[in-house]
Design a protein around this ligand. Structure first.
Ligand SMILES: Nc1ncnc2c1ncn2[C@@H]1O[C@H](COP(=O)(O)OP(=O)(O)OP(=O)(O)O)[C@@H](O)[C@H]1O
Ligand SMILES: [Mg+2]
Length: 244
C-alpha cells in the first residue's frame, strides 16, 4: 500500500451553510501538493477538516500509512497531531511577545515520541538557521518572512510526517513570497516531508508542487499535474478567478 492521506467525497460547512462539496484528493508520501483558490473558496475549511477542527458532514478522510488505515474523519485534533499530522495555521498565530525559542518550545509540548525536544529544536534550527541566530528575539520583531518560517518550524516541533500549511505567503512582499515557498519546498526535498499547502500565489505554487488542485466555491474544478508549462499558470489563474 502506498503511504498517503486521502479525502473521499468530503462535504463540510458551518451550520446550515455547506462550504465543501464532494471534495476528493490525495497527497502521497513525499509529495508537495498545492491547494489553490481565491479568498473564501474553502481552502482553510478543507485543511481544518484534515486537522479535526471542522467535522465533515459526509465523506471520509483516511491516513494510509505503514500498512494501516486510520479514519481521521471523527477524530479529535490532538489525536490527529499525535498521529503525525502537523499544522501551520492561517495567519501564523505566533505569540509575538515570546522569543523565537519559547514559541518553538511551547509547541514541543505536543509531540509524538520521536527524538527528544532538544533534538527536535536542533532540527528546526538546522532547517532554518536564521531562527537560531534570532532565537532570543521576540517573535513579533521578526520580519514577515521570518515569522512565517517560525510558524513552519513550530509545526516541525510536533515531529510530523505530514504537514498542512495554510497560505504561507499571504501578506508578504513578492520576493519574500518566493523565499517562503522555497522554504516549504525545501522541507519536502531536504527533509522528506509530505505537505499539503493552500496558496493564492498560484505561479509559485504550481512551480514547486507535484500536483495542484484548484478549489472554486468549495469544489475541485481542476487538477494540474507537475511538468505543466508556466503558460498554464495564466490559464490556472483565470480558472481560479472564474474568468476562464
Ligand atoms: N467559522 C466559520 N463560520 C461560518 N462560516 C465560515 C467560517 N469559516 C469560514 N466560513 C465561510 O466559509 C467559506 C470558506 O471559507 P475558508 O476560510 O475555508 O476559505 P479560504 O479559501 O481559506 O479563504 P482565504 O483565502 O480568505 O483564507 C467562506 O464563505 C467563509 O465565510
Ligand atoms: Mg483560508
Amino acid at each position: 500500500m502506498n503511504n498517503r492521506i486521502v479525502l473521499e467525497r468530503v462535504s463540510a460547512g458551518y451550520g446550515a451553510v455547506t462550504v465543501l462539496h464532494d471534495v476528493s484528493l490525495e497527497v502521497r508520501e513525499g509529495e508537495l501538493v498545492a491547494l489553490l483558490g481565491m479568498n473564501g473558496n474553502g481552502k482553510s475549511t478543507l485543511l481544518n477538516c484534515i486537522l479535526g477542527f471542522v467535522r465533515p458532514t459526509s465523506g471520509r478522510i483516511l491516513m494510509e500509512w505503514g500498512g494501516r488505515v486510520t479514519d481521521l474523519t471523527a477524530m479529535r485534533p490532538h489525536d490527529i497531531v499525535n498521529l503525525g499530522i502537523g499544522a501551520v495555521p492561517e495567519g501564523r498565530r505566533l505569540v509575538p511577545t515570546l522569543s523565537v525559542e519559547d514559541n518553538l518550545s511551547l509547541a514541543g509540548g505536543v509531540r509524538r515520541g520521536r527524538g527528544s525536544p532538544a533534538e527536535t529544536l536542533a532540527f528546526c534550527y538546522e532547517t532554518f538557521p536564521i531562527l537560531r541566530e534570532r532565537r532570543r528575539q521576540a517573535a513579533g520583531t521578526l520580519s514577515g518572512g521570518q515569522q512565517q518560517m517560525l510558524a513552519i518550524a513550530r509545526a516541525l516541533m510536533t515531529a510530523p510526517r505530514f504537514m498542512v500549511v495554510d497560505e504561507p505567503s499571504v501578506g508578504l512582499a513578492p520576493i519574500v513570497v518566493d523565499q517562503v515557498i522555497d522554504a516549504v519546498k525545501q522541507l519536502q526535498t531536504a527533509r522528506g516531508m509530505t505537505i499539503l499547502m493552500a496558496e493564492q500565489s498560484f505561479f509559485q505554487a504550481v512551480e514547486v508542487a507535484a500536483r495542484a488542485y484548484v478549489l472554486s466555491h468549495g469544489r475541485i474544478i481542476r487538477t494540474v499535474e507537475q511538468g505543466r508549462e508556466l503558460a498554464d499558470g495564466e490559464e490556472i489563474r483565470r480558472t481560479m478567478m472564474g474568468m476562464a
